[in-house]
Design a binder for this molecule. Structure first.
Ligand code: ARG
Length: 286
């Protein structure tokens, strides 16, 4: 397993591009806590045996700490993101260079570009479902509907499109998290009625784990799942019990400074080694 993270040195909340961000609430203590939180997340991921690659920080690009938005990666192919907000567009070239570096080292195979006019914010809006073998694709807030066909043709994989209904849950990864074994943790109010129907048509009732307002607001749906372990921001007791009932163990990390930017554990990482085929094999073994 291999993940990408970013050095949090230049992370802060200095502009507002989602309802969680309040530049006035940012403090020196938050900056200090951010470096500890990022380290704790890195340690939690490394403790599962995964390797973590690091993108260096760039001053003036605070949201570079969210590499889930950098690209979609499957089978060694990297589809580089294009951001809606001007504040984040400078990240595209930085991440592209980072992926070229990974390609030179043989860690990924190919770096490809989105067609002009298509906006797509990476794995934040395109989540590979290991058990079902397709991408769940979020659109309507940051990524455009036109990204869906591009994802299908780039990776040669099916997608299920989910329109996002709320500016507070502006990336799919803030409200939707497929878990090993086919269960799905999700926050229903973030979706349009059609999107909810699409989820419920594919995920059996016993596999649906619904997050409450409090659980989703604590950015706990934005989680990194490795086997039966789920790494996430500090969770309300209700969620800890719910996930234990379903057979998962939580590994909680204090990510409060990142929540001030509208992000949690999943979006601070990008999985680099997912393969459609190997995952199918793993599925059969389970
Ligand atoms: N401040 C960032 C933004 O609004 C947070 C991104 C969080 N990423 C995510 N995939 N949920 O773009």
């Amino acid at each position: 397993m291999r993940f990408l993270m970013t050095d949090p040195r230049h992370f802060n909340v200095s502009y507002q591009i989602n309802p969680w961000m309040e530049p006035a609430a940012w403090t020196a203590e938050a900056a200090e806590a951010a470096s500890q939180g990022s380290r704790a997340l890195r340690d939690a991921i490394a403790a599962t045996g995964a390797v973590v690659e690091t993108v260096p920080a760039v001053e003036g690009l605070p949201d570079l700490v969210f590499p889930a938005n950098a690209a979609i990666v499957l089978d060694g192919k990297v589809l580089v993101a294009r951001f809606l907000c001007a504040e984040r567009q400078g990240e595209e070239a930085v991440f592209r260079a980072a992926f070229e570096g990974l390609r030179a080292r043989g860690i990924v195979k190919e770096v490809v570009e989105l067609p002009q006019g298509v906006l797509q914010e990476g794995a934040g809006d395109a989540i590979w479902d290991i058990d079902r073998g397709f991408f769940w694709v979020g659109y309507g807030q940051r990524s455009t509907q036109s990204s869906i066909a591009v994802i299908e043709s780039t990776f040669g994989q099916a997608t299920v499109a989910l329109e996002l209904a709320s500016p507070r849950f502006y990336h799919l990864d803030t409200c939707f998290c497929p878990l090993s074994g086919g269960k799905v943790l999700y926050y229903p109010p973030a979706f349009t009625p059609e999107a909810l129907a699409a989820i419920r048509a594919r995920v059996m009732p016993q596999d649906r784990i619904e997050a409450t307002d409090e659980e989703a607001g604590a950015f706990c749906v934005n989680a990194v799942n490795i086997g039966r372990t789920i790494i996430m921001a500090k969770a309300p007791e209700s969620l800890r019990l719910k996930l234990a009932d379903h057979g998962y163990t939580l590994r909680e990390v204090d990510l409060a400074p990142f929540i001030l930017s509208g992000g949690g554990a999943y979006c601070m990482t990008l999985r680099l080694d997912r393969t459609a085929q190997a995952q199918a094999g793993l599925r059969a073994a389970e």
